[in-house]
Design a protein around this ligand. Structure first.
Ligand code: IMP
Length: 440
């Protein structure tokens, strides 16, 4: 199966909301035709759920193609790698019968160490009520070190001398900062270094120059899928700062996070959940605080794959999705979890905000403004549910078999965003997907 049309070798899959849009499922679905699946940002904060038959896999750092036997799975330099957690995840997946022979890790990826995780917790406590609600995986502190030029990279934990020199510089500072923040006590420098070197040895067989690997693959017309983690609204530059993650989740992050030129990305598929969710703190204009919010939480199974936290739920916000279309240069949308909206009488969709009596069609930068944003809604009629367990049969019959009002809802999204809907998802499994890419 061609992934991006016969002559287009690469496609990016990006979240258009606050993460948890169903990127894992869509990536896994498209990965069927991919030679390479490449992660370009984020770390073990991500949680990609993939369901194959009765088996459910929650992936955090491993790219979603890891469950396909002929796919090369790359962790790019823009990711942050926690060696301990990665090794655990590799073992869990290996134990379930999926070998790691296709795994590759960039020699330039920054490493998450114990002190990053301790600092993540200590900094959150320090922020108190203004906490970001991070996943506690050390993401922010690790990316901070990278930008401040105090990071440890994959290639460094393969070289004892380099690591010792770096630790001599970095360790005393981290120890002091943790003390000031009343954080936990850090283990001795020698022990920390030894642990990193040991894990480095175990990961060494997978370490490569990932930019060379990916560019070579593209040169030879291999099919490459770039897999986004988190979502556009969690992007460090364009998201709801500071309630964001610490990397560039948008398409632009692929160039720096893998080491490829912008013209190498042929298609950009934006994954959009049919409603909106967010986990952690920060503004969320269409959030529902009533029973309907609770209904979406339960019916949609909206609990975090990584932290188990309940997600906040609300109506579809097309101000957000339009913003994501622009930032990512989307060439198509994959709309997921439409089945969760089955049997609701009326659906609301935000198309603009009202802030202090003024209409805003674009997503504002100021959080102060955003906190006062009242969504301006359009209302659309809902559709009937289909019988329990019928999703696969409905998907098999194709797009025209979907309820008319569901198709109208999708047409409405396409019209407002000016981006075509290319994939429709009505359940967790691969077979509960309708692919419209070849009907264009
Ligand atoms: P961090 O990435 O752990 O630093 O967390 C920063 C913010 O991003 C918090 O609000 C997290 O809940 C959110 N976040 C991080 N990763 C994900 C994800 O995979 N899905 C949804 N939210 C995420």
């Amino acid at each position: 199966m061609a992934i991006a049309g016969e002559h287009l070798p690469s496609i990016a899959v990006i979240g258009t909301q606050w993460g948890d849009e169903g990127k894992g499922k869509i990536t896994d679905y498209i990965a069927e035709g991919a030679d390479l699946v490449v992660r370009y940002q984020g770390g073990t904060n991500a949680g990609h759920t993939i369901k194959i038959g009765n088996d459910v896999f929650g992936l955090h750092l491993l790219p979603s193609g890891i469950l396909r036997s002929n796919t090369i799975n790359v962790i790019g330099n823009g990711c942050v790698v926690d060696p301990e957690e990665l090794l655990k995840e590799m073992k869990q997946i290996e134990d379930r019968g999926y070998p790691m022979k296709g795994l590759r890790i960039s020699d330039r990826a920054n490493i998450i160490t114990k002190y990053h995780k301790m600092l993540d917790g200590a900094e959150e406590r320090q922020r108190g009520a203004k906490g970001v609600g991070t996943t506690g995986r050390g993401i922010g502190p690790c990316y901070s070190d990278k930008i401040a030029r105090s990071g440890i990279r994959m290639c460094d934990i393969l070289d004892e001398q380099v690591l010792n020199e770096k630790m001599d510089l970095i360790y005393p500072v981290k120890e002091k900062v943790l003390e000031v923040l009343n954080g936990p006590k850090l283990e001795a420098k020698e022990q920390l270094t030894k642990g990193l070197l040991e894990n480095g040895k175990r990961l060494e067989p997978y370490v490569v120059d990932a930019s060379v690997l990916v560019n070579d693959a593209l040169k030879h017309n291999k099919k490459v899928l770039f897999e986004g983690a988190q979502g556009t609204m969690l992007d460090i530059d364009h998201g709801t700062y500071p309630y964001v993650t610490s990397s560039n989740c948008i398409t632009g992050g692929i160039c720096t996070g893998v080491g490829i030129g912008p013209k190498k990305i042929n298609e950009v598929l934006g994954v959009t959940k049919a409603y909106t969710t967010r986990v952690g703190a920060g503004p969320f204009p269409t959030e529902l605080h009533d029973d309907l919010g609770k209904y979406l939480l339960t019916k949609g199974g909206e609990w975090g794959t990584t932290t188990g936290r309940a997600r906040r739920c609300g109506w579809l916000d097309l101000v957000v999705v339009k913003y994501a279309c622009r930032l990512n240069g989307l060439t198509g949308l994959a709309v997921t979890k439409l089945d969760v909206l089955n049997s609701l009488k009326t659906l609301k969709v935000a198309i603009a905000y009202e802030i202090d009596g003024k209409r805003f069609d674009e997503f504002p930068a100021s959080l102060h403004k955003l906190e006062r944003a009242k969504p301006i809604y359009d209302e659309l009629p809902g559709w009937e549910d289909w019988a329990e367990g019928e999703s696969k049969a409905v998907a098999k019959k194709g797009y025209q078999s979907l309820p008319k009002n569901m198709r109208d809802y999708l047409d409405y999204i396409a019209k407002v965003t000016e981006v075509e809907v290319k994939i429709v998802s009505i359940g967790k499994e691969r077979e509960e997907t309708i692919d419209l890419r070849h009907h264009a």
